[in-house]
Ligand binder design. Structure first.
Ligand SMILES: O=C(O)C(=O)C[C@]1(C(=O)O)C=C[C@@H](O)C=C1
Length: 379
C-alpha cells in the first residue's frame, strides 16, 4: 500500500474517532448532570481502573501501555468537561464574591473559640493575641477543634499548622480534607520553651520529661543533657505541665511555655531551651463559613493532580502566569490510596482582585480535586 492509501485509511479512522469522542463527551456530560443531582463526586477512580483493565485485558502488552495513556487522557478531558458543566469554577467565584460582601471587616471579639489542650497551651496564647475578649473552649484533640467549629459549637478554632524548625503539623493538614472549614486568619508566634519542674526538683532528680512531640523536636539538642531521662510524648505542652504539677513524683519535668509554668505553679529550671532562638509556630484561625476579612494577602488551597507528566507543572504555571509567589507547597499521602498525594499550597495573592479569583477558577479545571481553604492575612 502506498502512503496516500495509508493516510486515507488514517483519515477515515480519525473521522470515526472524532465522532465517537463527541458521543463519549456527550455521555460524560449527562453523567455530570446525574452526579450533580445526586451529589456525587466527579472522580470515580474505581470506574476508571475497571475501564482500563477491560480494554487492555487481551491486548498486546506494548499496545496496552498506549491504550492506557490514551484513556487516561480521555478521563482527564471527560472530568474537565464534567466540572465545567457542573460549574465548579462558577460556584467558587460566586462563593468568594458573596463572602467579600457579607464578611465582617475584622475578627469579631465576643465569640467562642476552640483551642486544643488545657489552659496555658500555645494555641491559647495565639488565641489571646487574635481575640481580646473571647471565651475559650478547650478540646482534647485537633480534630475536636475542627468538629467544634463544624458543628457551630464554637465560632472559631485555633490550630497549629507548622513550625519553622520542626516542620508541618501533619495531623492538621489531614484534617483540612476530612472536615470542611475555612482559614480566616493566621498568626506567627515566637516559641520559647522552658524546662519546668515542681519546686524542689533539681536537674539531678529528673528521670522523665513530658511534652508535645513538636516541642521535644525543637529542644532535641538540650535534651541530650539528660541521656538517662525517659522522654514521654503528650497531647500538648500545657497538658505536660499540668501532669507534672499534679504528679506525686519529684523526678519529672515538662517542656512548656513560661506562661504555662506560672499557671501551674511550676519552676523554670532552664529557659529558652529550644535549638534555635528563631523558633516560630504558625497558627491558623478557622471558621465554618468562608469569611474574607480586610487586609487579606494569602490564599490556601488543597489540590490533587493526575499522575501524568506535567500535571503539577500546569498548576504551578497557573500561579506563575499571574505572578503569584508560592510561599508553601506541601504534599501529604491520601489515606487508603497507595501513592496518591494531595498538595497544599499557600500563595501570596489578594482574593479581592479579579485576577486571583480567575486564577483559582482556572485551577479547578487543571486539577482532579481542588478545595479553596480560605483567604486571610498573617499577623
Ligand atoms: O463513569 C463515571 O462516573 C464518569 O463520570 C465517566 C468517567 C469517564 O470519562 O469514563 C469520568 C470520570 C470518572 O472518574 C469516571 C469515568
Amino acid at each position: 500500500m502506498d502512503i496516500q492509501e495509508l493516510r486515507a485509511g488514517i483519515d477515515a479512522v480519525d473521522n470515526q474517532i472524532r465522532d465517537l469522542f463527541t458521543q463519549r463527551m456527550d455521555l460524560s456530560s449527562q453523567i455530570a448532570d446525574y452526579k450533580r443531582s445526586n451529589k456525587l463526586p466527579i472522580l470515580d477512580r474505581t470506574r476508571e481502573r475497571e475501564i482500563l483493565a477491560r480494554l487492555t485485558a487481551d491486548q498486546d502488552p506494548d499496545l496496552a501501555n498506549y491504550t492506557r495513556m490514551l484513556f487516561k487522557t480521555l478521563f482527564d478531558m471527560s472530568r474537565a468537561y464534567q466540572s465545567a458543566r457542573m460549574g465548579e469554577s462558577q460556584q467558587l467565584e460566586e462563593q468568594i464574591k458573596s463572602a467579600l460582601e457579607a464578611s465582617p471587616r475584622k475578627l469579631p471579639q465576643n465569640v467562642t473559640v476552640a483551642c486544643q489542650g488545657v489552659e496555658g497551651a500555645y494555641s491559647q496564647i495565639a488565641c489571646d493575641k487574635l481575640f481580646a475578649s473571647a471565651g475559650v473552649m478547650f478540646m482534647d484533640s485537633f480534630e475536636g477543634v475542627a468538629r467544634a467549629v463544624g458543628s457551630g459549637l464554637c465560632d472559631y478554632g485555633i490550630l497549629p499548622i507548622e513550625n519553622n524548625l520542626y516542620g508541618s503539623v501533619n495531623e492538621v493538614y489531614d484534617l483540612m480534607r476530612k472536615h470542611s472549614f475555612y482559614i480566616v486568619r493566621s498568626i506567627k508566634l515566637r516559641i520559647n520553651h522552658s524546662l519546668v519542674v515542681k519546686p524542689g526538683t533539681t536537674d539531678g532528680d529528673i528521670r522523665e520529661i513530658f511534652s508535645h512531640e513538636q516541642a521535644i523536636g525543637q529542644c532535641s539538642e538540650f535534651l541530650k543533657k539528660y541521656p538517662n531521662a525517659k522522654v514521654t510524648i503528650c497531647e500538648n505542652t500545657a497538658m505536660a505541665a499540668k501532669h507534672v504539677a499534679q504528679s506525686d513524683r519529684s523526678d519529672v519535668a515538662a517542656i512548656c511555655s513560661a506562661e504555662c509554668s506560672e499557671l501551674y505553679g511550676l519552676k523554670q529550671l532552664h529557659r529558652d531551651i529550644q535549638n534555635s532562638d528563631n523558633n516560630y509556630t504558625r497558627f491558623i484561625c478557622i471558621a465554618k463559613d468562608l469569611q474574607i476579612l480586610e487586609g487579606v494577602n494569602k490564599v490556601s488551597i488543597l489540590f490533587r493532580v493526575p499522575h501524568r507528566p506535567g500535571s503539577l507543572y500546569e498548576v504551578l504555571s497557573t500561579f506563575a502566569t499571574v505572578g503569584v509567589n508560592v510561599s508553601k507547597l506541601e504534599s501529604r499521602p491520601i489515606p487508603g490510596h497507595d501513592f496518591d498525594f494531595l498538595f497544599y499550597a499557600d500563595v501570596d495573592a489578594d482574593c479581592r482582585e479579579e485576577q486571583t479569583v480567575k486564577m483559582l477558577c482556572d485551577l479547578t479545571r487543571c486539577t482532579e480535586e481542588m478545595t479553596f481553604l480560605g483567604a486571610y492575612s498573617e499577623a
